[in-house]
Write a protein of this length. Structure first.
Length: 356
């Protein structure tokens, strides 16, 4: 055995604590391992500067040689291998950027998501179809009267279906005589000449409480009519139209027949005592809608004069709370007030208490 020294340094001895074990165990064998001689190896080390061995060992005629640390275990041994991150990264690159397990897992998740989306879309389409079918059958089951209630033109008299309630606009319905239960004893004789030049505003008075729904207002209309016929010997309910606090118009004598006060006038009565009570905004608006409709359909003159009953005779009607609103309206006419002529003189009205 020969040793070739490093040309630069002497070969250092290994420190005692580096756990390096150099064991040489030589056994004589018939078949010996031939190791190149030092003379053949030295030129390679000295000529290649990249090779700088710390020591060179030359073994001759040896076997079972161990160079470096050696640990001996007595008994069964289990080996666990932990893959380095670098190795795993290389494996991922070889598999197209993802490992086989992760690729399979991602594919499974994608398939489940696609399946769930398909089920959701199918269920949604079924719900939409069922809703459409239900809406169709509900709309077909409605009567024509129900379908036309909000859009039908307003007509007074018996020239529309009894189940239809005409609408003046903005929810102001017109409740006709048959709908509030007019008495068969009423008689309307005197035709009203149109276009009408005067509009007279009154109220019920006598501590009458305003009504706020069709049921109670219909009862009030029947009570007024019965009292007019039985107690005052009138032929019918006094005014042409009645306006309730629910914002609805209740038809009295209508457009075509004279009221109980004066010919050549349209009487509109507020249903309540408006000395004590305040009118509702819906009630005031419904009255203006009614008058606008009358002008549009040529029932009322374009230049009609709007007056309160207290301007035509000595009375508190239509009540201070109504009167202060009426005098703000465009067609209000100050006849019967101080320094103004009597109401109706220019059209031949001489009496506002005709009791027709």
């Amino acid at each position: 055995m020969g040793t070739i020294p490093n040309p630069n340094d002497a070969i250092p001895l290994p420190p005692p604590d580096n756990n390096a074990l150099l064991t040489l165990r030589a056994r004589n064998a018939s078949n010996s391992a031939s190791i190149p001689s030092a003379s053949n190896m030295m030129p390679n080390f000295y000529n290649n500067p990249a090779i700088q061995p710390s020591s060179v060992i030359n073994l001759t005629s040896s076997s079972d040689v161990v160079i470096g640390p050696m640990t001996q275990y007595q008994g069964p041994v289990t080996i666990y291998q932990y893959m380095d991150a670098t190795v795993e990264a290389r494996a991922m690159q070889a598999n197209g950027g993802v490992t086989t397990n992760r690729n399979n897992q991602s594919t499974t998740i994608l398939q489940r998501a696609t399946k769930n989306s398909t089920i959701f879309i199918v269920l949604l389409l079924i719900v939409i179809i069922l809703a459409g079918v239900a809406i169709y059958f509900i709309s077909q089951s409605k009567s024509p009267a129900d379908q036309d209630t909000g859009s039908k033109e307003i007509f007074f008299g018996n020239n529309y279906d009894n189940t239809v309630i005409p609408n003046l606009g903005n929810g102001h319905l017109v409740i006709d005589r048959i709908q509030w239960g007019s008495s068969d004893r009423s008689v309307r004789k005197h035709r009203l000449e149109q276009p009408i030049p005067y509009v007279l505003i009154t109220h019920i008075g006598v501590q009458s409480v305003p009504c706020y729904n069709v049921y109670k207002c219909s009862i009030k209309m029947r009570t007024i009519q019965d009292a007019a016929i039985a107690e005052k010997n009138l032929t019918d309910i006094p005014a042409n139209f009645y306006v309730a606090n629910d914002g609805y118009i209740y038809v009295g004598r209508g457009w075509d027949y004279t009221n109980a006060y004066a010919n050549k006038s349209l009487a509109v009565c507020f249903m309540g005592d408006y000395i004590r009570h305040q009118p509702d905004e819906k009630q005031l608006e419904a009255t203006q809608f009614l008058l606008a409709y009358g002008v549009t359909n040529k029932h009322i003159a374009l230049d009609y004069k709007l007056v309160a009953q207290n301007q035509t005779k000595k009375t508190k009607s239509p009540g201070a709370n109504i009167y202060k609103e009426v005098i703000k309206w465009p067609h209000w006419y100050p006849c019967g007030t101080e320094n103004h002529p009597k109401c109706g003189e220019e059209v031949g009205i001489t009496n506002w208490e005709m009791n027709l």
